[in-house]
Design a protein around this ligand. Sequence first.
Ligand SMILES: NC(=O)c1ccc[n+]([C@@H]2O[C@H](COP(=O)([O-])OP(=O)(O)OC[C@H]3O[C@@H](n4cnc5c(N)ncnc54)[C@H](O)[C@@H]3O)[C@@H](O)[C@H]2O)c1
Length: 304
Amino acid sequence: MILVTGGCGFIGSHITDALIEKGNKVIVMDNLSSGNLKNLNSKAEFIKGDVTNTDDIESVFCRFPIRAVCHHAAQISVAISMENPLFDVNTNVIGIIKLLQACSRYKVKRFVFASSAAIYGNPAYLPIDEQHPKNPLSFYGLSKLTSEQCIRIYAENNEMSYGILRYANVYGPRQKAEGEGGVVAVFMNRMTANKDCYIHGDGKQTRDFIYVKDIALANVKALECDESFTANVSTNVYTDIVTLFDTMKRQVGYNKNAIFTESRKGDIKDSYLKNTVINDLLSWLPKYDLNEGLRETAKYFLNA
Ligand SMILES: NC(=O)c1ccc[n+]([C@@H]2O[C@H](COP(=O)([O-])OP(=O)(O)OC[C@H]3O[C@@H](n4cnc5c(N)ncnc54)[C@H](O)[C@@H]3O)[C@@H](O)[C@H]2O)c1
């Protein structure tokens, strides 16, 4: 059995779907703080629980024979991490340590973790590879970096291997506007309601947008592998915000022009991530280009 934490959220629910489609038995543990039961695959076993609560974790591990954990439950807002670093550390760092302690007690063999490009901070060069310096600009990025090190230390002291996946900007159906990399969801919500859309700065800033079903497949492959590794999960392609906006306009059938506002302090100008490590190791490459991914995403938001 595979435990997916955060399996009622945006990314975790797509991973749960992909795992179940491949015939796996999945337990989802989620406290529903930002996730929704509407996202939950009906074939998954659901336990309402919090990863910061030792009793909640214990009740899952003593009930089910869990051989692998796919950890996606998290506090995902950069802004909240800056306003309330202790809340971020409690959910993202204390939470993972409690889970890893349970993995150690119950001899879990595999741990896959959702890390983030936020660990790198301002790019020193592009594309960002896994060796790039790590200077997170937020407590969120710092807690992801710390979590990575916690996993490594636990794995070195237990018979557990790990896959650490550092995501670029993930987008797709079920995403909420509040989270990390939420610009697609923000525009989708506003476009489908025919509201104005705002672009910060000149809109020439670039990001690496990856479709959620590609992320789900990377997780399935990472769970099947038994080597320990750390890899970017990205497209290796950069897209500026104006191009993203124009592509979305066509997909949604939105007619307004964007309104340009002041650039946000501390916003990174350009970012995209190299994906050769995961390609070499798991033969994974993204299957969706931006047009296809946005078309699928638009269908979801137009029907929501
Ligand atoms: N969305 C992105 O672009 C992106 C990029 C990099 C990394 N990530 C990481 O991917 C993971 C999933 O992100 P998402 O975008 O799907 O966010 P999400 O908010 O949709 O999913 C997180 C899920 O975790 C649950 N959760 C939160 N705190 C919990 C707790 N203490 N105990 C149990 N469950 C809890 C929420 O209810 C939610 O269902 C996170 O770890 C996030 O940091 C996301």
